[in-house]
Write a protein that binds this ligand. Structure first.
Ligand code: AMP
Ligand code: ZN
Length: 479
């Protein structure tokens, strides 16, 4: 069976047929870098990580883009409050986002476009929409998209006119009277003094200002996709369910009005929320937990991944400490099995281990091909561990199939707990000591070199001398 995905456009499980066989472009709406992303955001980013990894494991050449929204009302407000520039204010949160993503083992996207670095394509897109007559300049100097002039509007969210009106005014601060229709949304906001103050205003033929949030994603996706593969339709566009309307609806309107194509993305995937005591985790509600909170509590990222993957991405998850603690126990079991496998007897001849590996791979593949059914894949993994442990108890050797199956689970779910984290300060100290030892060796001061090696060993750091110079490891893994 081949991959099927739940497409919000059709509200059905559709077979995944990309524009070009073997290739999959994936655009995922990234964080607004005005603060630390919370683990609700990361639930969505982890669902997208699983999607990305499963596409790659299935043999697709994936091109993954995740934007960073670094200009909008919130980032500007933050920069003003911190009395700094937009760039300086958002830089620190962009850096934090990359650290948190790495902590959660999220495979890096191929491009992380920042909105402020794509102003030219955004201006060009607005010009094209003005030229085509689907956009107009409002009385306030801002540019709006006229949704009455785009008949397909509402196809993704399937909302009625009343709901569209309510949604359009939600994230748009502009004066309602400046628009021709209350449902219209802003493409380009006329510059205000506070925008100028933080460096959030740019010249454009239709007036100085800054891009609207929806415009950012359309322009960056089309620009990068065009440069990479020369096409203007995405295979998959993903985000959390709160982005269906108005964000993704508006992205479709802008992009399709510009390209003339019926679709902006062939498949739209939306992940459900992470909640706390039943309420959506959100900065607005003050019920957030950040990835750095978890890191400070020395929570293994594998436990966070397992916690999220135990539930299907289209079902809500209510976060509790107990559920996280249970997931930590679960990944320790996987870690123990991993260690056992590594020291187990190897065999080239077929044996019972191949049998359990084969049935695991079949169940695992069928589960993920079925709209990324991670909970079923995780259950299959634990069944494999139970059966595998029994065989290892009987000293049954592990063949190639067993190891390949385990490696597949590692590549896709990545649930084996890691060694203790090496923070930047510790890594810096280790590097300095390793260099000092190297200096002592060059000076033929072997007693000193040995003393440093022991000093490092006391902290759990092993040094290995290779033809390329010394290499160090901690807990079996290079930092
Ligand atoms: P934002 O930084 O607000 O633009 O959100 C970044 C991503 O996180 C979007 O895909 C949102 O849909 C998603 N998101 C926001 N809150 C939650 C939540 N509580 N649970 C899951 N995803 C969320
Ligand atoms: Zn977006």
């Amino acid at each position: 069976m081949a991959l099927r995905l739940h497409n919000t456009l059709t509200r059905a499980l559709d077979p995944f047929l990309p524009l070009h066989p073997g290739r999959a472009s994936l655009y995922t709406c990234g964080p607004t870098v005005y603060n630390y992303a919370h683990i609700g955001n990361f639930r969505t980013f982890l669902f997208e990580d699983l999607l990305r990894r499963w596409l790659e494991a299935s043999g697709y050449d994936v091109f993954h883009v995740m934007n960073l929204t670094d200009v909008d009302d919130k980032t500007i407000k933050g920069a003003l409050a911190a009395r700094t520039t937009l760039r300086a204010h958002t830089d620190q949160f962009a850096t934090a986002f990359f650290e948190d993503s790495a902590y959660l083992r999220i495979r890096p996207a191929h491009a992380y476009p920042r909105a402020t670095e794509f102003i030219a394509p955004m201006v060009a897109l607005v010009e094209s929409l003005l030229q085509k007559g689907v956009a107009y300049r409002g009385e306030d100097g801002s540019v709006y998209f006229a949704i009455a002039r785009f008949p397909a509007y509402g196809r993704l969210s399937r909302l009625d006119t009343r709901e569209l009106k309510a949604g359009a005014s939600e994230r748009v601060s502009a004066d309602e009277y400046a628009k021709e229709d209350a449902r219209d949304f802003v493409l380009w906001k006329a510059a205000k003094p506070e925008d100028e103050q933080v460096g959030a205003a740019w010249d454009a033929p239709f007036g100085r200002g800054r891009p609207g949030w929806h415009l950012e994603c359309s322009a960056m996706a089309l620009d990068l996709l065009g440069k990479r593969w020369g096409v203007d339709v995405l295979d998959i566009h993903a985000g959390g369910v709160d982005l269906i309307f108005p964000h993704h609806e508006d992205e479709i309107a802008q992009s399709c009005a510009h390209t003339g194509k019926p679709d902006f993305a062939r498949y739209w995937l939306h992940g459900e929320f992470l909640t706390m005591a039943g309420t959506k985790m959100s900065k607005r509600f003050g019920n957030i937990l950040t990835a750095r909170d978890l890191r400070e509590q020395a929570i293994d990222p594998a436990a966070v991944r397992l916690l999220f993957f135990q539930t299907h991405y289209r079902q809500p998850i209510d976060f509790t400490d107990d559920a996280l603690a249970a997931a930590a126990v679960g990944v320790r079991r996987l870690g123990a099995f991993d260690a056992r496998l590594r020291t187990s007897l190897a065999s080239e001849a077929p044996g019972p281990f191949d049998g359990i590996a084969e049935s695991f791979v079949a169940t695992f593949t069928a589960a993920l091909d079925d709209d990324l059914n991670a909970p079923r894949a995780v259950a299959a993994l634990f069944d494999f561990v139970t059966a595998g442990n029994r065989l290892l108890d009987d000293r049954v050797p592990v063949g190639v199939d067993g190891r390949t199956a385990w490696a597949l689970a590692g590549r896709v779910l990545d649930l084996v707990p890691g060694p203790p984290a090496v923070d930047a300060a510790l890594a810096g100290w280790i590097e300095e000591r390793v260099a000092a030892r190297q200096g002592a060796r060059k000076a033929r001061n072997f007693a000193e070199a040995d003393a440093i090696r022991q000093e490092l060993a006391a902290k759990g750091v092993e040094v290995e001398d290779t033809p390329q110079g010394p290499k160090w490891r901690m807990g079996g893994v290079r930092a």
